[in-house]
Design a protein around this ligand. Structure first.
Ligand code: GLU
Length: 496
């Protein structure tokens, strides 16, 4: 185990065989937060040794997703570092050298068994109910000189690690699961280098983790069963064994492993759906970790200061989309009106083509719009929908059919609009504020002898096109006097 005075070095090591999914993102967040809270180093390594499934495109997607999540890495692709290269395909020589060293030291040996031979040995072990069902160590006893000459003669071989026969149980001291004991009898002399000279995952990972001086391996618990093998490699290499922390699975609402069936699983799908990176990171951090058992809003800075492995749960976490939405809305609403306008509303308006890229608007007007839109925005994309009536004109405003039926297509609606038009006409255009508009409309219900609700419904539909729009006065102030009156006039043609 690494002692507590060694500076913390952790790594996130995705295989670029697909996009960054929610589980991988959580692993990355925990590594990042652990490094930050321990003033350590967060390393990104690309585990691209599977050439059939790894692509450069996936690597780029993963880097982009990590950047969107705001997980800055201290060493890795694009930033470099003293322990590179940080792509496994660039490290082939290092694996070969490490395997060669173990072979030279008698800690690994070449195995010439054909697949048929291996299958026959396995069947025989099953037949005699041998408690040891792994590789039967057929080549372990070969005379080293003879083995070398067979290799030199060009016979195909793999390199296997020589697990000491007296090793005893292997205990993984896991920071999340506690001590997990593996029966040494189940550990066979597994392959570290394939016939084509490439390293196996368990070998390459440990060569890298040792060379990169990784102190804590934080990863999904699908790797827990690999860990005893990896410990064998550390021991063979004479390298200190890091602390392991295996994170429990993330489940869907039905208790099954989170997958496509449950909805979006890739980080970029969440970005594209308009979630805020800060909110998404906050939510994922809570899938298996908690600050104090109750706090739900844990900003990035708190995570970076206070994350610790002893608050990681060993129970599986359930992905709850409603909670994510709630956290997202909370982050949106915690923004100042200016920040909301700049970071969320304007970009959404631009992508909805309601504003031109780079278009300038009066900052006070934008702030007033943000004040109206923000509390009605749960997802960023809501902002454009809520603000759309403000950007329409009397000619282009879309009228919602149901709202028209309810607010305009009823007896007396015409009289309401006539009275509203007259009252609004008296407001000075230079003094067209929410207060002035509200004051002008205030007296109408009594004047007309109608319920307040009916009067305001009609005006609301006339000006906004629907019944669910933001406060009337503020919206009308944003729209401006002329267009408000033009909208009322247009609606008058729909009113009875
Ligand atoms: N490349 C492995 C994966 O994506 C990670 C292995 C590890 O963290 O040790 O599952």
């Amino acid at each position: 185990m690494s002692d507590s005075t060694t500076p913390v070095r952790v790594r996130f090591a995705p295989s670029p065989t697909g996009k960054l999914h929610v589980g991988g993102a959580r692993t990355a967040i925990y590594n990042w937060a652990f490094a930050r809270s321990h003033h350590g180093t967060f390393i990104l390594r690309i585990d691209d040794t599977d050439p059939t499934r790894s692509t450069e495109e996936n690597t780029q997607i993963i880097l982009r997703a990590l950047r969107w999540l705001g997980l800055d890495w201290d060493e890795g692709p694009e930033v470099g570092g003293d322990f590179g290269p940080y792509e496994q395909t660039e490290r082939a020589e290092l694996y070969r050298a490490a395997a060669r060293r173990l072979w030279d030291e008698g800690r690994a040996y070449p195995c010439f068994c054909t697949p048929d031979q291996l299958a026959a040995d396995k069947a025989a072990a099953q037949e005699r109910k041998d408690p040891f069902q792994g590789y039967q160590r057929r080549c372990r006893g070969l005379d080293p000189a003879e083995a070398r000459s067979r290799v030199e003669a060009g016979e195909p071989y793999v390199l296997r690690i020589k697990v000491p026969l007296d090793r005893g149980d292997v205990v993984v001291h896991d920071a999340v699961h506690g001590d997990v004991t593996f029966d040494a009898k189940e550990l066979d002399d597994f392959v570290i280098q394939r016939t084509d000279g490439t390293p196996t995952y368990n070998f390459a990972t440990v060569v890298d983790d040792a060379a990169m001086r990784i102190t804590h391996v934080i990863r999904g618990d699908d790797h827990l069963s690999n860990t005893p093998r990896q410990i064998m490699v550390y021991e063979a290499l004479g390298a200190p064994v890091p602390t392991f922390a295996h994170l429990s699975m993330i489940l869907g609402a039905d208790g099954k492993k989170l997958s496509k069936r449950h909805g979006a699983t890739n980080v970029e799908e969440y970005r594209d759906a308009g979630y805020l990176s800060d909110a998404f990171v906050n939510y994922l951090a809570l899938l298996g970790w908690s600050l104090d058992g109750e706090t739900t809003i844990v900003p990035r800075a708190t995570l970076a200061a206070r994350f610790s492995l002893d608050h990681v749960s060993k129970n599986p976490a359930t992905f709850d989309p409603d909670k994510l939405d709630w956290i997202n809305a909370t982050y949106l609403n915690a923004m100042s009106d200016d920040e909301f306008a700049r970071k969320v509303m304007v970009p959404e308006l631009v992508s909805a083509h309601l504003m031109a890229p780079g278009e300038r608007r009066d900052p006070a007007w934008l702030r007033a719009l943000a004040r109206v839109v923000k509390p009605r925005t749960k997802m960023s994309a809501d902002a454009a929908r809520v603000a759309a009536p403000v950007f329409a004109t009397a000619a282009t405003l879309a009228y919602d059919e149901k709202s028209v039926a309810k607010g305009l297509a009823r007896q007396g609606a015409g009289a309401i609009l006539d009275a509203a038009s007259e009252a609004l006409g008296t407001v000075d255009a230079a003094d067209w504020t929410a207060e002035a508009v509200d004051t002008a409309l205030e007296a109408l219900p009594e004047e007309l002898g109608l319920k307040k609700r009916l009067v305001f419904q009609a005006v609301r539909v006339a000006v906004c096109g629907n019944l669910v729009s933001p406060p009337l006065g503020e919206t009308m102030a944003l729209v401006g006097k002329d267009d408000c009156l033009a909208r009322v006039a247009r609606a008058r043609t729909m009113a009875l």
